[in-house]
Ligand binder design. Structure first.
Ligand code: UDP
Length: 192
C-alpha cells in the first residue's frame, strides 16, 4: 500500500522489493514508470495540479529525500530509509546483467551519455547498453525511432525534473522499453 504525503503518493518498497517488482513486471511486458520523490517536489505539487497528477501517475514513487522518511516516521508509516534515484538506477543496471536485459541512456549534453555508458560498463561488466541519445534532441520521431530501433528493455531519461517525467508519460506507450526512470543529473555524475 502506498503512503501519501500532501496529496503525493510514495511507495514504501525497499530496493530489493522494487527490483523484484520491476523485473517481474518486465517479464510480463508490463510498463513501469519510476519517479523520485523529495519534499521539494511535494511542495511544488501543492500549487501545480498537473505536476501532482504526473507524480501520482508513476507506478513507483521512490522516497528520495530525508524529509519523506521523517514524515513517514511521524505518521507511523513503513518507509524506513531513502531510495535515491541514482542508487535505483545502479541497482536496476546491476540486475540487468543477471537478467540479460538491455539499457538505453537518453539525456544530458552531447557526449555525456556515451561517457555514462562507459562508466556503467566499467561498474557492471557484461551490461548491455543498447544505445545512447543526447537530451537536446527534441524531435519526437527521431527520439522514438532511435530508442525503438535499439530495442532496449530499460530506459533511463536524464533531462532534469519534471521534463523527463513528462517525456516518459507522454511517450511510454509507443516506446519499446518496459522500465522507465527519470534520473536527473545522473549521467553527468557517471561520466565522471
Ligand atoms: N538536460 C537535457 N536536455 C534539456 C535540459 C537538460 O538533457 O533540454 C540535461 C542536462 O544536461 C543535465 C540534466 O538534464 O544533464 C539535468 O540535471 P539536473 O541535475 O539539473 O537535474 P535534476 O536532478 O536537478 O532534476
Amino acid at each position: 500500500m502506498k503512503e501519501n504525503y500532501l496529496g503525493v503518493d510514495v511507495s514504501p518498497l525497499n530496493y530489493d522489493e522494487l527490483i523484484n517488482a520491476l523485473y517481474n513486471r518486465l517479464e510480463e511486458q508490463q510498463n513501469s514508470f519510476i519517479v523520485a520523490i523529495n519534499p521539494e517536489k511535494i511542495m511544488k505539487a501543492q500549487q501545480d495540479t498537473a505536476l501532482r497528477n504526473l507524480l501520482n501517475r508513476a507506478d513507483f514513487q521512490i522516497p528520495d529525500g530525508i524529509g519523506v522518511i521523517l514524515a513517514s516516521r511521524l505518521k507511523g508509516g513503513r518507509i524506513k530509509s531513502r531510495v535515491t534515484g541514482i542508487d535505483m538506477m545502479m541497482r536496476i543496471s546491476e540486475e540487468s546483467v543477471k537478467r540479460q536485459k538491455s539499457v538505453f541512456l537518453f539525456g544530458a549534453k552531447p557526449g555525456v551519455a556515451e561517457e555514462a555508458k562507459a562508466g556503467l560498463e566499467r561498474l557492471y561488466p557484461g551490461i548491455q547498453i543498447a544505445g545512447t541519445l543526447n537530451g537536446y534532441e527534441k524531435d519526437p520521431e527521431v527520439i522514438k525511432q532511435t530508442i525503438n530501433d535499439a530495442k532496449p528493455d530499460i530506459l533511463f531519461v536524464a533531462m532534469g525534473s519534471p521534463a523527463q517525467e513528462y517525456f516518459i508519460v507522454d511517450h511510454m506507450q509507443e516506446l519499446y522499453p518496459h522500465i522507465f526512470q527519470g534520473v536527473g543529473g545522473s549521467f553527468d555524475v557517471l561520466s565522471g
